[in-house]
Design a protein around this ligand. Structure first.
Ligand code: C5P
Length: 318
């Protein structure tokens, strides 16, 4: 008998608005985080290991990764996909005897939620493999424990994330948006970028703590939500914002040249994707996205340029 196999495809994201509010006591920031899933995908495949078929000497969890960035993916207990499988198994009193294989296309530590995508993918794949049949709410609760961006990786499409990004409200998207992503060499650490954001704010708002004017609460921009709803790329371009961009540029000044190249080559808007260092460019249409990607590649200001569109479906069993 062949072993059952489950493969889940899960998308990357770009933040079309990332409004960072005050630092909370738990070390996170309150956000108004407008996520848009884009058509770059990882595929997470799970197969049972021998111990699950009665061999107690077999490994309890195996993790392998393939793809251009594979050597940068941690294979230890810090890997979010492994943690997702262990969390689900623990909840149901079963052993996480599974081989997780990740075919990785989303840049690693690139500000596109690649690790979160793998976690959401592993969770849905194991839930299917083990026949657990968790409700969407149960899966979302585990996702939220794993990381702030993991719930969105499960649902995809577009959504407003409140709290630390994990409390989602789905958003309507009235059309297809065309994007180019410029991949950078090496990643950026998300905690380091948030810490740099705090440091820059303390410099520019010396009275911000204690007792000075507080960092304003983060709020979703009505014009941005309307641009998504109507599917209007020009309106979306003028509403894109990322409060982490100054911090990402401070830690990686070379990104300014990448952003500038995209703007010069006709992007409707250029911004850092999430905590970076991937840069995102909104294009007028598919044709202009293709020429934008060619200009970015030719410029030498990025490792590679990828053309894609949005919104993309969330985690999906293939
Ligand atoms: O939730 P996640 O594990 O992805 O967060 C990684 C790090 O990013 C946190 O430890 C924190 O430093 C920072 N973060 C934050 N505020 C958020 C989300 C993440 O400060 N809303």
């Amino acid at each position: 008998m062949t072993a059952p196999v489950v493969t889940v495809r899960v998308p990357a994201k770009v933040n079309v608005q990332l409004a960072v509010g005050p630092l909370r006591r738990d070390g996170f920031h309150d956000l108004a985080n407008v996520f848009l899933a884009v058509g770059l995908y990882d595929e997470v495949t799970v197969t049972p290991l021998a111990s699950g078929m009665g061999d107690p000497t077999a490994d309890s969890l195996r993790l392998t990764v393939e793809g251009p960035d594979a050597e940068h993916v941690p294979l230890d207990a810090s890997n979010l996909a492994a943690r997702a499988a262990i969390a689900l198994a623990g909840r149901h009193g079963i052993a996480p005897d599974v081989h997780i294989h990740i075919a990785k296309d989303i840049p690693v530590a690139g500000g596109m939620a690649g690790g979160s995508a793998d976690a959401a993918g592993a969770l849905l794949a194991c839930d299917t493999l083990w026949g657990i049949g968790s409700t969407r709410e149960e899966l979302l609760a585990i996702c939220a424990e794993l990381g702030s961006d993991v719930p969105f990786s499960l649902v995809g499409g577009a959504a407003l994330g409140r709290g630390r990004g994990e409390i989602l409200t789905p958003l309507e998207v009235g059309g297809t948006f065309h994007w180019v992503f410029a991949l950078a060499d090496g990643g950026l650490s998300t905690p380091a970028v948030y810490a740099e954001c705090d440091r820059l704010r303390a410099d520019t708002r010396p009275l911000s703590s204690p007792g000075g004017p507080p960092v304003p609460e983060a709020a979703a921009a009505p014009a941005l939500l309307e641009a998504l709803r109507t599917g209007d790329p020009i309106a979306l371009a003028s509403a894109l914002t990322n409060d982490l961009q100054p911090a990402a540029l401070s830690l990686r000044p070379s990104l300014a040249a990448t952003l500038h190249t995209g703007t010069q080559a006709g992007a409707l808007a250029s911004l850092v994707s999430g905590s970076g260092p991937t840069c995102a460019f909104l294009a007028k249409d598919a044709e202009s996205a293709t020429s934008l990607a060619a200009a970015l590649t030719a410029s030498g200001t990025c490792r590679a340029a990828r053309v894609t569109s949005a919104p993309a479906r969330g985690a999906t069993v293939l």
